[in-house]
Structures are given as C-alpha cells and as structure tokens.
Design a protein around this ligand. Structure first.
Ligand SMILES: [Zn+2]
Length: 319
C-alpha cells in the first residue's frame, strides 16, 4: 500500500512537471494561457476589460479609492508588472512611476503601451488654463506649462486609447484577433453614441462655464465648447493661492455660476468652502481617474459615470 502511494506521488509529480512544460510551450505568458495585462488607471482598465474579456488576466495598478496623481507602486508590484505581457499606462505625465518600470525592464517580453499615443495633447499652466498644444513650443522654455493627462474624459480620445489597447492585444495574442477587433468595434460604437449624446445635450444648455475641483475636464470642455475653471489646477493636491481664490470668486460672480463641482476621490472641503462663501451649490463631476470601492460594488463603469457626469452638467448649466 505504501509502495502504491509513493508510486502515485511520483506519477502525479511527473504529470505536474510535464503539464507545466506543455503550458509553457503553448504560451509564455501565463499558466492559464491568458494574456496578462496591467493597466494603470481605471478608464484604461475598463476599456481593456471590455475588449479583452475572458481572454485576459487583467490587473488594475492604482487600487480603488486611491487618487491616481500621487500614487506610487511598491517594488513588489513593479516586479509583477515586468513579468506581464502588456503594461498600459495613460502617459502625458499621469504616471511618473511608469518611466521607472520602462527603465528597469530586463530581458522581458513586456510590451509597454502609452494609451495616449496619437492623441493631440493639451497643455495647461498650473492654474488649469489650457491652450491647444503646439509642437513649436517644444523648442521654447515653457516651465509653467505642463501636458494635461486627462484625455479619457473626451469619448473621442477614449476611442483612440481603446484602439491602442486593442492593437497591443492583437499583437500579443493574434489567434484571438477577431474577438478583440469585434469587442473594440462595439466599444467604439458606444463611445461614439456617448459623444453624440454629450454634443446634443450640452449644445442645448445656456451656460458654458464650469468650476471644477481640479482641471480634469480640459479635453471634455474643448470637445463640447465649455470653459473650465479649476480650483486647484491640474493636480488635486495643489492648494490655490489667495489670488487664485479671488479669481475663482470673481469668475463665479461674473458668470453668475450656480453650481461648482467636486470629486469623489479627493476631500471636497475646499469646494465646499468656496460654495459657501460664494453662495453657490455643489455637485459631483467625476474625473474617472479611479472609482471608489463603493462605486465598483454598485456596478459603475466608464459609461455609467459619464452619464452621471452629463446629468450633473445638465443641472449646472441649465437655466
Ligand atoms: Zn486628474
């Protein structure tokens, strides 16, 4: 009996080794033959999920509830990313840590995708005042201007980000090309419908000025002819100076602003103070850099939050 047990153990051990070798032959990516993909921020994760579905072992790098601008991965997580098939980051200065990962990849098969490739970036000063980015400025010294990373809030830019993700999946897993292409087409159609809905609804509204917590809505404002003024500039952590506060207050009076917007991931204290001081009401406008755990449990995604944002804009910019 003992001998039999020992024999079975040896046999199952050999099978384990053998199956391990077979799995490795079929795919160098992961033991379950799925494409292993890391995405930095929530919108990229959501697009990747909708395109890759059950063919992808998908990881969201910045965890739910974390403000993505000041987030840093651990060394352990960096090591895990390096072993993956695809790493997708937003770029345009959103993830300062992504450059470290790219710089430290050694003999890895990891494909690193800048999701904002082929999107024309906006530049902004620290107050969130934006102009269209022009290439000629690269030669000039413009220390006060940085690129605006919040491209995903414009559904047309989101199509480009989704396409960059789809192209990476097709490259790594060409056997499932048609699957990824058809899921991307479906996502593209939904994003085009969202764009049309925003265009139709926002064009009906009498007001065009939005006062937001941090300058996340530059691409959205540009696409739909809105004017954004932010309390804390491009980064939610920045504290406005007294002169910036005065500017915001003047803007609110001058444009007879009725509502200001705050976010779900950052402390709304400052927005509340300004709302109280200037006698305006406040509403949530979600920049979608990340969802909270509660929002995920409620089944929210890019589309449902974009619909909520549109509802909030309709209230704030209506008569
Ligand atoms: Zn942001």
């Amino acid at each position: 009996m003992k001998k039999f047990l020992l024999y079975m153990m040896v046999l199952s051990f050999s099978i384990l080794i053998l199956s391990g070798c077979l799995a490795q032959k079929e795919s160098s990516s992961s033991e379950n033959n799925l494409v292993t993909m890391y995405t930095s921020i929530y919108p990229l994760y959501d697009f990747a999920q909708k395109i890759g579905q059950d063919k992808v072992e998908l990881h969201l790098i910045v965890p739910p509830g974390s403000e993505p601008h000041d987030w840093e991965p651990t060394a352990k997580l960096m090591g895990q990313m390096e072993k993956a098939d695809i790493l997708v980051y937003n770029g345009l200065g959103m993830e300062s840590w992504a450059e470290k990962v790219i710089g430290s990849i050694n003999h890895s098969n990891l494909i690193v995708i800048n999701a904002s490739e082929n999107i024309e970036p906006l530049k902004s000063d620290k107050n969130g005042h934006e102009d269209e980015f022009e290439l000629k400025d690269e030669d000039e010294h413009e220390h006060d201007h940085i690129l605006d990373p919040h491209v995903w809030l414009d559904p047309i830019n989101a199509i480009t980000q989704a396409e960059n993700i789809k192209n990476a999946l097709v490259k790594v897993d060409s056997a499932n090309k048609e699957f990824y292409e058809s899921n991307f087409e479906e996502l593209k159609n939904r994003l085009q419908e969202l764009d049309e809905e925003y265009r139709t609804e926002l064009s009906k509204l009498p007001r065009k000025e939005i006062v937001v917590s941090h300058a996340a809505f530059g691409y959205l404002a540009k696409r739909y002819g809105l004017k954004q003024l932010s309390i804390s500039g491009l980064s939610p952590q920045a504290e406005p100076t007294p002169s910036q506060m005065a500017e915001i207050s003047d803007f609110i009076k001058e444009h007879k602003i009725q509502y200001i917007f705050f976010e779900t991931l950052t402390n709304p204290k400052l927005a509340e103070v300004i709302a109280k001081e200037t006698g305006v009401k406040s509403l949530v406008l979600n920049p979608l850099g990340g969802l909270t755990q509660k929002e995920i449990e409620e089944g929210k995604d890019y589309f449902s939050v974009m619909e909520e944002n549109l509802d909030a804009l309709i209230v704030a910019l209506g008569e």
